[in-house]
Design a protein around this ligand. Sequence first.
Ligand code: HPA
Length: 234
Amino acid sequence: MTIHIGATPGQIAETVLMPGDPYRAKWAAETFLEDAELVNEVRGMLGFTGTWRGHRVTIQGSGMGMPSLSIYANELIQDYGAQTLIRIGSCGAMQDHVAIRDVILAMSATSISTPSLGFFKEVNFAPTANFDLLCKAFQAAQAKGITPHTGGIYSADVFYSERPDLDDVMQRHGILAVEMEAAELYILAARHGRRALAVLTVSDHLKTHEALPASEREKSFGDMVEIALEAAFS
Ligand code: HPA
Protein backbone atom coordinates (compact mmCIF):
# COMPACT_ATOMS: atom_id res chain seq x y z
CA MET A 1 0.00 0.00 0.00
CA THR A 2 1.10 3.54 -0.74
CA ILE A 3 -0.49 6.83 0.27
CA HIS A 4 -2.73 6.89 -2.80
CA ILE A 5 -2.89 3.26 -3.97
CA GLY A 6 -4.37 0.57 -1.74
CA ALA A 7 -3.05 -2.45 -3.69
CA THR A 8 -0.58 -4.87 -2.14
CA PRO A 9 2.75 -4.91 -4.09
CA GLY A 10 1.95 -8.08 -6.07
CA GLN A 11 -1.43 -6.76 -7.16
CA ILE A 12 -0.01 -4.28 -9.68
CA ALA A 13 1.23 -5.62 -13.05
CA GLU A 14 4.43 -4.49 -14.76
CA THR A 15 2.30 -3.02 -17.57
CA VAL A 16 -0.08 -0.24 -16.57
CA LEU A 17 -2.61 1.57 -18.75
CA MET A 18 -3.57 4.98 -17.38
CA PRO A 19 -6.81 6.67 -18.42
CA GLY A 20 -7.55 9.98 -16.73
CA ASP A 21 -11.05 8.92 -15.75
CA PRO A 22 -11.35 6.15 -13.12
CA TYR A 23 -14.67 5.01 -14.60
CA ARG A 24 -12.91 4.53 -17.92
CA ALA A 25 -10.44 2.29 -16.07
CA LYS A 26 -13.40 0.25 -14.81
CA TRP A 27 -15.01 0.06 -18.26
CA ALA A 28 -11.75 -0.91 -19.98
CA ALA A 29 -10.95 -3.58 -17.38
CA GLU A 30 -14.44 -5.08 -17.60
CA THR A 31 -14.43 -4.94 -21.41
CA PHE A 32 -10.91 -6.08 -22.31
CA LEU A 33 -9.39 -7.97 -19.36
CA GLU A 34 -10.06 -11.44 -18.06
CA ASP A 35 -10.42 -11.99 -14.33
CA ALA A 36 -10.26 -8.24 -13.68
CA GLU A 37 -9.94 -7.54 -9.97
CA LEU A 38 -10.39 -4.17 -8.25
CA VAL A 39 -6.99 -3.35 -6.72
CA ASN A 40 -7.45 0.31 -5.79
CA GLU A 41 -10.31 2.52 -4.77
CA VAL A 42 -8.52 5.09 -2.60
CA ARG A 43 -10.16 8.48 -3.33
CA GLY A 44 -12.29 6.72 -5.95
CA MET A 45 -9.28 6.55 -8.30
CA LEU A 46 -10.15 3.03 -9.44
CA GLY A 47 -7.49 0.54 -10.50
CA PHE A 48 -7.98 -3.01 -11.81
CA THR A 49 -5.60 -5.87 -12.57
CA GLY A 50 -6.43 -8.75 -14.90
CA THR A 51 -5.03 -10.51 -17.94
CA TRP A 52 -5.12 -9.78 -21.66
CA ARG A 53 -4.19 -12.74 -23.90
CA GLY A 54 -2.44 -14.22 -20.89
CA HIS A 55 -0.45 -11.08 -19.99
CA ARG A 56 -1.01 -9.36 -16.64
CA VAL A 57 -2.16 -5.75 -16.98
CA THR A 58 -3.23 -3.06 -14.54
CA ILE A 59 -5.56 -0.27 -15.62
CA GLN A 60 -5.26 2.58 -13.12
CA GLY A 61 -6.95 5.99 -13.32
CA SER A 62 -4.53 8.94 -13.23
CA GLY A 63 -6.94 11.78 -12.59
CA MET A 64 -6.78 14.98 -14.60
CA GLY A 65 -3.65 17.08 -14.96
CA MET A 66 0.03 16.44 -14.40
CA PRO A 67 0.11 16.87 -10.59
CA SER A 68 -2.47 14.09 -10.22
CA LEU A 69 -0.83 11.80 -12.79
CA SER A 70 2.55 12.41 -11.12
CA ILE A 71 1.29 11.02 -7.81
CA TYR A 72 0.02 7.78 -9.36
CA ALA A 73 2.90 7.30 -11.81
CA ASN A 74 5.51 7.90 -9.08
CA GLU A 75 3.92 5.32 -6.78
CA LEU A 76 3.37 2.81 -9.61
CA ILE A 77 7.01 3.11 -10.67
CA GLN A 78 8.82 3.46 -7.35
CA ASP A 79 6.66 1.32 -5.05
CA TYR A 80 5.07 -1.22 -7.39
CA GLY A 81 7.81 -1.60 -10.04
CA ALA A 82 5.71 -0.67 -13.09
CA GLN A 83 7.89 -0.97 -16.22
CA THR A 84 5.57 0.09 -19.03
CA LEU A 85 3.10 2.94 -18.56
CA ILE A 86 0.72 3.90 -21.35
CA ARG A 87 -1.61 6.84 -21.05
CA ILE A 88 -4.92 6.35 -22.87
CA GLY A 89 -6.93 9.54 -23.05
CA SER A 90 -8.61 12.28 -25.00
CA CYS A 91 -7.18 15.43 -26.54
CA GLY A 92 -8.19 18.59 -28.37
CA ALA A 93 -6.97 18.85 -31.99
CA MET A 94 -4.87 21.91 -32.91
CA GLN A 95 -4.33 21.34 -36.65
CA ASP A 96 -6.71 21.45 -39.61
CA HIS A 97 -5.61 18.03 -40.84
CA VAL A 98 -6.43 16.39 -37.48
CA ALA A 99 -10.11 15.46 -37.08
CA ILE A 100 -12.47 14.37 -34.33
CA ARG A 101 -12.07 10.59 -33.62
CA ASP A 102 -8.51 10.52 -35.02
CA VAL A 103 -5.88 8.66 -33.01
CA ILE A 104 -2.65 10.42 -32.05
CA LEU A 105 0.56 8.78 -30.87
CA ALA A 106 2.47 11.41 -28.92
CA MET A 107 6.11 11.29 -29.98
CA SER A 108 6.94 14.25 -27.74
CA ALA A 109 5.06 16.40 -25.24
CA THR A 110 5.77 20.14 -25.05
CA SER A 111 4.71 22.06 -21.94
CA ILE A 112 4.89 25.45 -20.25
CA SER A 113 5.53 23.73 -16.95
CA THR A 114 5.35 20.31 -15.35
CA PRO A 115 5.61 19.07 -11.74
CA SER A 116 9.28 18.38 -12.63
CA LEU A 117 10.05 22.06 -13.29
CA GLY A 118 11.75 22.43 -9.90
CA PHE A 119 13.76 19.26 -10.49
CA PHE A 120 15.18 20.38 -13.84
CA LYS A 121 15.93 24.00 -12.83
CA GLU A 122 17.56 25.60 -15.91
CA VAL A 123 17.28 22.45 -18.03
CA ASN A 124 14.61 22.45 -20.74
CA PHE A 125 14.13 18.68 -20.95
CA ALA A 126 12.39 17.19 -24.02
CA PRO A 127 9.81 14.60 -22.88
CA THR A 128 9.82 11.79 -25.45
CA ALA A 129 7.86 8.57 -25.96
CA ASN A 130 9.54 5.17 -25.90
CA PHE A 131 10.39 4.41 -29.55
CA ASP A 132 9.65 0.68 -29.38
CA LEU A 133 6.19 1.29 -27.90
CA LEU A 134 5.55 4.05 -30.43
CA CYS A 135 6.42 1.79 -33.39
CA LYS A 136 4.36 -1.08 -32.07
CA ALA A 137 1.37 1.17 -31.39
CA PHE A 138 1.64 2.53 -34.93
CA GLN A 139 1.64 -1.00 -36.36
CA ALA A 140 -1.25 -2.06 -34.10
CA ALA A 141 -3.32 0.92 -35.21
CA GLN A 142 -2.63 0.22 -38.87
CA ALA A 143 -3.64 -3.41 -38.41
CA LYS A 144 -7.03 -2.10 -37.19
CA GLY A 145 -7.37 0.10 -40.28
CA ILE A 146 -6.48 3.25 -38.35
CA THR A 147 -3.68 5.54 -39.54
CA PRO A 148 -2.62 7.44 -36.44
CA HIS A 149 -1.09 10.90 -36.43
CA THR A 150 2.38 10.66 -34.91
CA GLY A 151 4.10 13.78 -33.65
CA GLY A 152 4.29 16.38 -30.94
CA ILE A 153 1.49 17.23 -28.54
CA TYR A 154 1.10 19.94 -25.90
CA SER A 155 0.53 19.02 -22.24
CA ALA A 156 -1.27 22.02 -20.76
CA ASP A 157 -1.91 22.97 -17.16
CA VAL A 158 -5.33 24.49 -17.82
CA PHE A 159 -8.32 23.20 -19.74
CA TYR A 160 -9.96 26.63 -19.82
CA SER A 161 -7.07 28.58 -21.29
CA GLU A 162 -7.12 32.39 -21.33
CA ARG A 163 -4.09 32.46 -23.65
CA PRO A 164 -5.12 31.97 -27.30
CA ASP A 165 -1.65 33.21 -28.29
CA LEU A 166 -0.18 30.00 -26.81
CA ASP A 167 -2.43 27.89 -29.02
CA ASP A 168 -1.11 29.89 -31.95
CA VAL A 169 2.51 29.19 -30.99
CA MET A 170 1.77 25.47 -30.68
CA GLN A 171 -0.09 25.37 -34.00
CA ARG A 172 2.74 27.16 -35.82
CA HIS A 173 5.18 24.56 -34.53
CA GLY A 174 3.15 21.60 -35.74
CA ILE A 175 1.75 20.50 -32.40
CA LEU A 176 -1.06 18.09 -33.20
CA ALA A 177 -3.23 18.37 -30.09
CA VAL A 178 -3.52 19.45 -26.47
CA GLU A 179 -4.08 17.28 -23.38
CA MET A 180 -2.94 17.57 -19.77
CA GLU A 181 -0.84 14.59 -18.64
CA ALA A 182 1.67 13.12 -21.11
CA ALA A 183 4.71 15.36 -20.52
CA GLU A 184 5.08 14.44 -16.86
CA LEU A 185 4.50 10.74 -17.61
CA TYR A 186 7.34 10.81 -20.17
CA ILE A 187 9.61 12.67 -17.74
CA LEU A 188 9.02 10.20 -14.90
CA ALA A 189 9.55 7.23 -17.22
CA ALA A 190 12.85 8.75 -18.41
CA ARG A 191 13.99 9.48 -14.85
CA HIS A 192 13.36 5.92 -13.71
CA GLY A 193 14.31 4.05 -16.89
CA ARG A 194 10.79 2.88 -17.74
CA ARG A 195 8.82 2.82 -21.01
CA ALA A 196 6.02 5.31 -21.63
CA LEU A 197 3.65 6.29 -24.41
CA ALA A 198 0.46 8.33 -24.76
CA VAL A 199 -2.20 7.03 -27.13
CA LEU A 200 -4.86 9.71 -27.57
CA THR A 201 -8.21 10.08 -29.31
CA VAL A 202 -9.34 13.50 -30.52
CA SER A 203 -12.49 14.38 -28.54
CA ASP A 204 -12.73 18.05 -29.52
CA HIS A 205 -11.26 20.48 -32.02
CA LEU A 206 -9.84 23.83 -30.96
CA LYS A 207 -10.18 25.35 -34.43
CA THR A 208 -13.56 24.02 -35.59
CA HIS A 209 -15.08 23.70 -32.09
CA GLU A 210 -16.52 20.30 -32.98
CA ALA A 211 -16.81 17.76 -30.16
CA LEU A 212 -17.20 13.97 -30.14
CA PRO A 213 -20.76 13.09 -29.13
CA ALA A 214 -20.94 11.26 -25.79
CA SER A 215 -22.54 8.26 -27.55
CA GLU A 216 -19.38 7.73 -29.63
CA ARG A 217 -16.80 8.13 -26.91
CA GLU A 218 -16.88 4.48 -25.85
CA LYS A 219 -16.06 3.05 -29.28
CA SER A 220 -13.13 5.38 -29.91
CA PHE A 221 -11.88 4.77 -26.39
CA GLY A 222 -11.99 1.01 -27.03
CA ASP A 223 -9.75 1.34 -30.10
CA MET A 224 -7.18 3.14 -27.95
CA VAL A 225 -7.21 0.45 -25.27
CA GLU A 226 -6.61 -2.25 -27.88
CA ILE A 227 -3.80 -0.28 -29.53
CA ALA A 228 -2.14 0.24 -26.13
CA LEU A 229 -2.43 -3.44 -25.21
CA GLU A 230 -1.06 -4.58 -28.57
CA ALA A 231 1.84 -2.12 -28.26
CA ALA A 232 2.71 -3.32 -24.77
CA PHE A 233 2.81 -7.00 -25.61
CA SER A 234 3.73 -7.36 -29.31
N1 HPA B 1 -7.61 20.93 -23.72
C1 HPA B 1 -6.93 20.27 -22.79
N2 HPA B 1 -7.10 18.98 -22.56
C2 HPA B 1 -7.98 18.32 -23.32
C3 HPA B 1 -8.71 18.95 -24.30
C4 HPA B 1 -8.51 20.33 -24.51
O1 HPA B 1 -9.14 20.93 -25.39
N3 HPA B 1 -9.53 18.02 -24.86
C5 HPA B 1 -9.29 16.86 -24.24
N4 HPA B 1 -8.34 17.04 -23.30
